[in-house]
Design a protein around this ligand. Sequence first.
Ligand SMILES: Nc1ncnc2c1ncn2[C@@H]1O[C@H](COP(=O)(O)OP(=O)(O)OP(=O)(O)O)[C@@H](O)[C@H]1O
Ligand SMILES: [Mg+2]
Length: 335
Amino acid sequence: MNAPLLKVENLAVDVGAKDGAIRIIDGVSFEIEAGGAVGIVGESGSGKSMTSLSIMRLVPEPPCRIAEGSVEFNGVNLLDLPASKMPEIRGRDIAMIFQEPMSSLNPVMTIGKQIGEAIMLHSSLGGSERRARTIELLKLVGIPNPEGRLDAYPHQFSGGMRQRVMIAMAVACSPKLLIADEPTTALDVTIQAQVLDLMHKIRKTLNTAVLLISHDLGVIADVCERVIVMYAGRVVEDADVRSIFRSPSHPYTRALLQSIPRVDDDRARLFQIPGSVPPAGTIKTGCPFYSRCPLRADKCATEVPPMFSFGSSHRAACWVTADALSGNRKKETVQ
Ligand SMILES: Nc1ncnc2c1ncn2[C@@H]1O[C@H](COP(=O)(O)OP(=O)(O)OP(=O)(O)O)[C@@H](O)[C@H]1O
Ligand SMILES: [Mg+2]
């Protein structure tokens, strides 16, 4: 089998001074194949953004710090590179888009110029070639009449169109991996669907691998083949999308599935997982989901569940599920 494009192993991020540091990301491991699409799902504060920022080496330092682990991209551990090498990687190999496009676009620069600058960062195209490439990118992301929109400013675009411009800038240099952190959260449902269609198109056209972050499993299922479920800074389940929906193994994943908003049933929107994610650093022993878990057993209070394998590519960190299915699982790693 080919080596994965991205391999995150045992990633840990701490916040605060070394002697009183709190671990906010703990033992996170997952992989993305070239051209593949993986989603990270979890409630607010579960560590999705911090994980993606770690891949780009953009964790806010201080107060945060990558404390352990490796982030191999194309076989190179990015955490070992000198910081001065990272700007080359960002944009050219790995690009990122965020939730609020307005904060990433320059309000006083035309769209054409901003995309042109993104192209120039990693290529030596001349003026007219750059213009042609800018038009091509605007077409790719579905901006109507691209030639006529080059001289427009961000405020002349709708929210959905700005998000498309952001995506055009991100893919300007055909990155191998696009990290999209909640790219649709601020958008209404119709525009959200269009942006998700665009993610499909980018995967197909540019063969870009995608790491899609969302608190909505439905959004992830639309674009991704695999899902990483995070809770309180840890991975609690890792499986292909179909297995997550058919046989979720972690009680937290099951609760998330119940809270997917459904267009045809407004009551489904009302479901909330009782309780809240424990603040970072407050879980000293046992399973991080213990206090909210409907299935908790005594052991869960005191022993951290390791990742158990259920089938060839399905892992989950739950003692109760593992014990219930003890005939067909094996212990994999201790987190
Ligand atoms: N700049 C920061 N300084 C200190 N702690 C931080 C900082 N940013 C995030 N954290 C902490 O790191 C943990 C993970 O936060 P993160 O932003 O990764 O969550 P998230 O899953 O992306 O949530 P959301 O869905 O709200 O975006 C949280 O406990 C949060 O309080
Ligand atoms: Mg976030």
